[in-house]
Design a protein around this ligand. Structure first.
Ligand SMILES: [Zn+2]
Length: 369
């Protein structure tokens, strides 16, 4: 067994770690200078990234964290190549990746020429339909990892997600039932994970493939329809692809290009980290479209389409810190708009959850104190 030096990126921060790798049967063990093991990579999951000459750049397949290992030592590279013939030594994968990069660069340059007067938002707009699903999935996973590393574990050892363990299971079941109903009502078919976050903030954050509902939002909601209004509004942002667009805008596209170049943890990810939460406010038009989407879904479900407007008005009036309705612009206009378009509708003839389910949902974060 031999040890070699390497550079390791954990995929969550852009910090470069000088590490020692040990090549064991079936796996690579990555240790820091102090000799503590940081990670263990099995040969069967390795993938090779595009890298400068004489550098072996490895990552893991189907990895949410996008961690990376740069190996300059030629003996180590050779040994890994022998141990793991699946690693693409012919370079076919790298060539395909390069081709894709060229295609993207071309598309971006073309968009730049078209939209030089409009700046980044227009470029992002044009690129959104071209983002391949697999790329969107990678963005989505990376964003999820980022959110978790930002919120998890800060002065709080309770689980980041609510709905964990037996005490919170009934609330989680009610929450999942509500989400399924809302997706059906909205005819929403994209891949989606909705989680409740254990934080006392009246907010929801929407990223590609994910909606994070903060505990504070559930605490403030007085009935299932108010919560459903917020969630269907967020579904609207996803259905209209606002989240991916906003992500592309916020990162100035560098994240996407960084990922194509195998440089996920370089500059792009850093920009991404700084802006991900602060810059996710959508434009007025996007908000109005998501509101319309929410109203349509709520009407289709025979739930109360005005509940969302009531909720918005009440919470914005209370000037909650970190409220979704502060980040979301033009609350009074939106309330008026929703009330105007729903004037002729019922105020809900079917309840989305049984009273007992709603009571359980209100307690979805109460299992850990
Ligand atoms: Zn919104």
């Amino acid at each position: 067994m031999r040890s070699y030096p390497a550079i390791y990126f954990d995929g969550l921060t852009s910090t470069l770690h000088e590490v020692t790798i040990r090549l064991l049967p079936g796996r690579i063990v990555i240790s820091n200078a102090g000799g503590n093991s940081l990670d263990e990579w099995h040969y069967s999951r390795l993938r090779r990234f595009n890298a400068p000459a004489r550098l072996l750049r490895l990552g893991l397949r189907k990895n949410d964290r996008l961690s990376r290992l740069d190996i300059a030592d030629q003996d180590a590279a050779r040994e890994i190549g022998h141990a793991c013939p699946e690693i693409d030594r012919s370079g076919a994968g790298a060539r395909a990746e390069r081709k894709r990069t060229i295609a993207w660069t071309f598309a971006a340059t073309f968009s730049l020429v078209l939209s030089v007067m409009d700046g980044i938002p227009a470029i992002a707009d044009r690129l959104v339909p071209a983002v391949p699903p697999v790329m969107e999935q990678r963005l989505s996973n990376a964003a999820d990892g980022r959110i978790r590393s930002m919120f998890a574990g800060r002065n709080d050892d309770r689980p980041f997600e609510c709905g964990i363990g037996t005490a919170e299971a009934p609330g989680q079941a009610a929450f999942e039932k509500l989400i399924e109903k809302l997706k059906a009502g909205a005819d929403f078919k994209l891949p989606l994970k909705v989680v409740v976050i254990r934080r006392h903030v009246t907010n929801a954050v929407t990223l590609p493939g994910h909606i994070y509902v903060f505990q504070g939002l559930i605490d403030e909601a007085r009935n299932p329809d108010e919560l459903a209004g917020v969630i269907t509004h967020e579904l609207g942002h996803l259905a209209n692809r606002d989240a991916i667009r906003s992500l592309l805008q916020a990162t100035g596209l560098s994240f996407v290009f960084g990922s194509l170049l195998g440089d996920f943890v370089g500059g792009g990810a850093t920009v991404f980290a700084a802006k991900i939460v602060s810059k996710l406010a959508f434009s007025r038009r996007r908000e109005a479209e998501a509101d319309d989407y929410a109203v349509r879904a709520m009407v289709a479900l025979k739930a109360n389409p005005r509940a969302f407007a009531n909720f918005m008005e009440r919470v914005a009036g209370a000037r909650n810190r970190g409220s979704i309705f502060i980040a979301h612009p033009a609350t009074p206009d939106r309330v008026a708009h929703i009330n105007a378009i729903t004037r002729s509708y019922h105020s809900g003839v079917i309840s989305l959850l049984e009273d007992s389910e709603w009571a359980a949902l209100k307690e979805v974060c109460s299992g850990y104190r």
